[in-house]
Design a binder for this molecule. Structure first.
Ligand SMILES: Cc1cc2nc3c(=O)[nH]c(=O)nc-3n(C[C@H](O)[C@H](O)[C@H](O)COP(=O)(O)OP(=O)(O)OC[C@H]3O[C@@H](n4cnc5c(N)ncnc54)[C@H](O)[C@@H]3O)c2cc1C
Length: 417
């Protein structure tokens, strides 16, 4: 009697972002019956979890999904959130993905023949599961947020929408990767004094030798580097997003640009003691490391241009000026003084697997997998950092990963007929 209420399907895909939809595209191609379960709507993260002014940092010409590419009038531009949502919706429609929206997966557990999936709208049995629930479900913030005085408003990038929603007065933005530099610039432009706390970061110019820097990542093969060719994969998977912003002017948004706008730089926020934020003093080293790594990457592009015969087409090789080190940086800031009225945590994201009742997480709560193949038979993942290639989490990176992961899943099903 109970079994009759349990739906059966070969594969369940968790999440209808671009990764889950790409999985569905290839499952459909191989005639594998499946369901895509989505707690919200298609492209939910882009609709609900991003701030108003955000644009993609990847150019339009790079926005491609299996069977769909940008064909608008501005290939060098950067999509707004509305445009990204529309692009992903178009993909869902074109690939006729069997998406069930408003269906939260609350548990996935292993059974004899596969997996038992519990959702907010019923039970499903399946042989294989593809986890495409995203890598950025929750903000990652340090433990000491509780020690920040209540007079200072704290926001993560999930709460932040626009400067006008913040109290008047100074803002401390924490984290200088893509999100942090974009928000620091926006808040400074709104007339608020901004202090930016800078830890390890990846510096990149927006354009290099006359082309978008991401053209170089693509063309030189850096983005195609496979997970099993990377020396320190754990580190590569933890790398913060590059300091890039997708603005119509295609300007570089690095620390030099921010200090020119009037943003004050301080070191990494290490602790709160007696109501004071304590910052690390090692900014010179942090800045020079980022400059050094950027230089190495640009060397790689130059070397590729030389060997691939691109030198004549590209502009002359150039190097951005080193990051300016302020004469002195503050080591502490009194959070009770009223100088800072809000803190915006732009310290990264982490996935949420509280619904996964399968022992597949490592000590840090990350999914333990090899190129998207999880140790639990029939369990797969897509959309995680450097899953199979350096480009894995980006929209244009999903096609190759999804094809290979679904190929593996197809073989798995075939040998267990
Ligand atoms: C701020 C920011 C900017 C980015 N900018 C770019 C960019 O410029 N270019 C680019 O290519 N990439 C960018 N990315 C990276 C990447 O493209 C996005 O993170 C993208 O959303 C990842 O797609 P996904 O399908 O893997 O995950 P998501 O889009 O997060 O989709 C996962 C889906 O799973 C659903 N879900 C989660 N848990 C459950 C559950 N238990 N039950 C049911 N459904 C569930 C969610 O609602 C969501 O819809 C950016 C990421 C962030 C955070």
């Amino acid at each position: 009697m109970r079994d009759r209420t349990i739906e059966q399907v070969t594969t369940v895909v968790v999440g209808a972002g671009h990764a889950g939809l790409a999985a569905s595209h290839f499952l459909g191609d191989r005639s594998i019956d499946h369901l895509v379960l989505e707690r919200g709507e298609v492209a939910n993260s882009w609709r609900r979890e991003r701030w108003d002014s955000l644009r993609l940092l990847t150019p339009n010409w790079q926005s491609r999904l299996p069977g769909l590419r940008y064909e608008g009038p501005d290939p060098d531009g950067y999509m707004t959130m509305g445009e990204v949502t529309e692009f992903i919706e178009r993909f869902a429609t074109a690939s006729r993905a069997p998406v069930r929206t408003g269906t939260q997966v609350t548990s996935v557990r292993r059974t004899d023949g596969g997996y038992h999936v519990t959702t907010s709208r019923g039970e499903i049995r399946c042989r294989t599961v593809v986890i495409a629930s995203g890598a950025c479900n929750q903000p990652a913030v340090p433990r000491f947020t509780d020690a920040v005085p209540a007079s200072v408003e704290q926001l993560t990038t999930f709460d932040y929408r626009a400067p006008a929603k913040l109290p008047d007065g100074g803002v401390l933005v924490v984290g200088a990767s893509a999100t942090g530099v974009q928000l620091a610039a926006e808040l400074q432009r709104s007339g608020r004094p901004v202090t930016l706390s800078v830890g390890e970061h990846v510096r990149l110019p927006r354009t290099y030798r006359g082309r978008d820097v991401l053209w170089w990542m693509d063309a030189s093969g850096v983005w195609d580097q496979r997970y099993d060719e990377i020396d320190d994969l754990t580190r590569a998977r933890r790398l913060p997003s590059p300091q890039l912003a997708g603005t119509p002017e295609r300007t570089t948004l690095d620390l030099n640009a921010l200090t020119s706008m009037g943003v004050e730089l301080v070191g990494r926020w290490a602790a709160v003691r007696d109501g004071r934020a304590l910052f690390s003093g090692g900014v010179r080293n942090t800045f020079s490391l980022a400059d050094l790594k950027m230089g190495r990457l640009l060397d790689t592009f130059d070397e590729w241009a030389r060997t691939d015969g691109q030198d004549a087409e590209a502009g002359p090789a150039e190097r951005p000026a080193p990051t300016r080190v302020p004469p002195s940086t503050r080591l502490q800031l009194d959070l009770g003084s009223g100088e800072v009225r809000a803190v915006v945590w732009a310290t990264g994201f982490r996935p949420d697997y509280r619904w996964l009742d399968v022992p597949a997480l490592d000590a840090k709560g990350q999914l333990d997998h090899k190129g998207g193949v999880v140790a639990s038979p029939g369990l797969y993942a897509l959309g995680l950092p450097v899953l199979r290639r350096r480009k894995s989490t980006f929209i244009h990176g999903i096609e190759d990963d999804a094809r290979e992961v679904i190929d593996h899943l197809t073989r798995y099903l075939a040998v267990r007929q």
